[in-house]
Design a protein around this ligand. Structure first.
Ligand code: DAH
Length: 340
């Protein structure tokens, strides 16, 4: 029985040596020390021994059992440590590896400029309003002092739709709508898309963007118009920017002006950007025509006002030196990702 014990010990310890899996180890423990295990069987088999041999053998078997239990515990710890090491190695991060660049979205350049403009006018107390792009002839033309047979309609090639509707040719269509909804004092800005049946080229597009401004109150004069536009131009182009008014004609304003600013590129000396003029035209404006006030239900004897229309696309292309307006509408990511 002693030899049997020694042999068992040897095989058990040898088997344990090469083990590296917790499941195998558990299996081993059951096979030797479980209820039906070989060591347990030895203890059971002691009934056949003599009374003198029994305690001696009992002690030896118990010793083996203890030895194997300790070996299993040690092995178990060793296996756990090895597994942990393996796991850590697999999870090692090379912090010197270059990161993956996240593609990030950005604002469209038209929106960058529009947001700047909105900020400036909001700080002067203007509300931002919205108007429909599918408009009636009335709001787009008639309420703006452009009757049906007025030659000014020739200036704008209109997309007409069924049922007397059209695609608005100007954000000025917001004027009468606003006057119907609000009482003076009125101070609004209406940005949006406008449409004209123009051929597409580097400076023309059948869809483009305007920002309409309208101010109506008692005692509003052209000085107020000039002050507001000067403030606007200087915030957009810099404090040294000068503004000039040139007489012009629009059916919905009297008097009407075209507004130029000194070229921000050359400061007024003349360069490629301003085509040598030193000035860049940025908008049309004027004092709201009495007929327009009347159409909006406002008494021109009591109230006066000014209006202006900014071309957003032009402002954007000059700011970013974009040579072709089509780039603003093609949504080429290689172009758009250059702006934030
Ligand atoms: N609606 C005009 C256009 O499309 C721009 C304009 C000029 C708007 C003068 C105005 C204004 O409000 O007073 O060309």
């Amino acid at each position: 029985m002693k030899e049997q014990l020694a042999a068992l010990r040897e095989t058990a310890l040898a088997e344990l040596q090469g083990m590296n899996d917790p499941k195998q180890l558990e299996d081993f423990r059951v096979r030797y020390m479980g209820k039906k295990g070989s060591v347990t069987a030895l203890l059971r088999g002691m009934g056949a021994l003599s009374a003198e041999e029994r305690p001696v053998m009992g002690q030896m078997v118990n010793q083996l059992r203890q030895e194997l239990e300790e070996a299993v515990a040690a092995k178990s710890q060793a296996i756990q440590e090895a597994l942990q090491k393996e796991k850590l190695a697999a999870e090692t991060l090379d912090v010197t590896m270059p990161g993956k660049k996240e593609a990030k979205g950005g604002l469209h350049p038209l929106n960058v400029v529009l947001e700047d403009i909105i900020d400036i006018f909001q700080s002067m107390g203007f509300d931002i309003v919205d108007g429909p792009e599918v408009e009636t002839d009335y709001y787009n033309f008639q309420a703006l002092n452009v009757p049906e047979d007025h030659p000014a309609r020739d200036m704008q090639d209109t997309f007409y739709m069924a049922d007397g509707l059209l695609l608005r040719t100007q954000t000025s269509a917001a004027q009468a709508r606003t006057m119907e909804e609000r009482k003076p004092p009125i101070r609004i800005l209406c940005p949006g898309r406008v449409y004209r049946a123009d051929e597409v080229d580097a400076t023309h597009s059948p869809v483009f963007h305007q920002i309409e401004g309208l101010v109506i109150d008692k005692g509003i004069t052209m000085c107020d118009l000039k002050g507001v536009l000067e403030q606007f131009a200087q915030e957009i182009y810099g404090e040294e920017t000068k503004v000039r008014f040139r007489p012009s004609f629009f059916p919905f304003t009297e008097p009407s002006v075209e507004v130029d600013v000194t070229c921000s590129e050359c400061g007024g000396k003349g360069c490629r950007v301003c085509k040598g003029a030193g000035w860049i035209e940025i908008l049309g404006a004027g004092m709201v025509h009495p007929n327009v006030l009347r159409a909006g239900g406002i008494d021109p004897e009591v109230y006066t006002g000014f209006a202006f229309g900014i071309g957003l696309d032009r402002l954007t292309t000059t700011r970013y030196k974009i040579s072709d307006i089509r780039l603003l509408f093609e949504n080429d990511v290689r172009f758009l990702e250059q702006f934030d």
